[in-house]
Design a protein around this ligand. Structure first.
Ligand code: DX5
Ligand code: ZN
Length: 220
């Protein structure tokens, strides 16, 4: 019912060669490319903004799964829609108006996705679960790639899947942070179906083979 989607994170790619990196990701058969937007305020790190995403769009037909780690992300809904983002994910911790911001994303023609940090309880999502196309459960604290998976987040994923079933909602469950061939299966068993992976995938020379190890781990 919820097909597996692999979302290589371009945060771990070569920033000077986005066009060829996007091509490499496309060749793996990955369903999405995960694009991390960081403003240096919501998280300490700075990455890039909507103009860079618009340039990427010219080089790729992949589904752009944009994860905004940005204060007051509602300010950027139109910019990301125009840049060609397909999914816009925003943090409940980053705005006083999460409900309105998600409505704005949908009205702009994108899929609306909401995310919580490891320290934020699942309850913060309950009022918007009927609105969203995707929920992202962070499995590391956002800001940097290459951090260790936080196993306690699996309970959150499982509880979310249970609520979805009980209420008859329909949305994908995505996990982001520390996903590799040793953690992906447990995340899937808890109920996730969209898997972001950065450092694990890009540390390998052969991206196609490395993505295949994730799919194989799911089938083990
Ligand atoms: C972290 C980002 C992630 C990051 C994951 O703040 O949201 O998308 O790219 O990187 P890995 O897979 O290395 O944990
Ligand atoms: Zn991310």
């Amino acid at each position: 019912m919820y097909p597996v989607k692999i979302a290589p994170s371009i945060l771990a790619a070569d920033y000077a060669n986005f066009a060829s990196e996007l091509k490499r990701i496309e060749e793996t058969g990955a369903e999405y490319v995960h694009i991390d937007i960081m403003d240096g305020q919501f998280v300490p790190n700075i990455s890039f903004g909507a103009d860079v995403v618009a340039s990427m769009r010219k080089h790729s037909k992949l589904v752009f799964d944009c994860h905004l780690m940005v204060v007051n992300p509602e300010r950027y809904v139109d910019a990301f829609a125009q840049a060609g983002a397909d999914i816009m994910t925003i943090h409940v911790e980053a705005t006083k108006h999460i409900h309105g911001a998600l409505q704005k994303i949908k009205a702009a023609g994108m899929k609306a996705s909401v995310v919580i940090n490891p320290g934020t309880p699942l309850e913060a999502l309950l009022p918007v679960l009927n609105l969203v196309d995707q929920v992202l459960i962070m499995t590391v604290n956002p800001g940097f790639g290459g951090q260790a998976f936080i196993p306690e987040m699996l309970d959150k994923v499982a509880q979310l899947a249970q609520i979805r079933k009980e209420k008859g909602y329909h949305f994908d469950i995505e996990v982001d942070g520390g996903i590799d061939n040793t953690t992906i299966k447990a995340a899937a068993e808890a109920g996730a179906n969209v898997f972001v992976a950065g450092s694990y995938l890009f540390k390998a020379d052969d991206l196609i083979a490395q993505v295949a190890t994730l799919r194989n781990a799911l089938n083990d």
